[in-house]
Design a protein around this ligand. Structure first.
Ligand code: FES
Length: 104
């Protein structure tokens, strides 16, 4: 089973959006190359909204205190714990999809 979050076109290139899925807040980013990444939307430092952070091809930078998190591994570039990474994909209908089992 999988959960559809919405159209990938709802996220402008180079930006992120937050989705509430199965009780989790998930930040989904659309990189400038068109690929997508998803991590926990809440920064483990003081709860910063990661979907509002600046991204490049590798990291998202928390908008509150500028910690960078790797979008592939979730690891912080600093002393913070990692954020959870979700395996998001885009299906044939251009919908963002996350496997339901990773949300449990
Ligand atoms: S809340 Fe994200 S770095 Fe402080």
């Amino acid at each position: 089973m999988s959960t559809r979050l919405g159209s990938v076109h709802d996220i402008p290139l180079g930006e992120g959006r937050t989705y509430a899925v199965a009780g989790e807040m998930v930040a989904v980013f659309r990189l400038r190359d068109g690929s997508v990444r998803a991590v926990s939307a809440v920064c483990p430092h003081k709860g910063g909204p990661l979907a509002d952070g600046q991204i490049d091809a590798e990291v998202v930078i928390c908008p509150l205190h500028l910690t960078a998190f790797d979008l592939t591994t979730g690891c912080a570039r600093g002393d913070l714990p990692p954020v959870k990474v979700y395996p998001v994909t885009v299906d044939a209908d251009d919908m963002l999809v996350i496997p339901s089992e990773v949300l449990l």
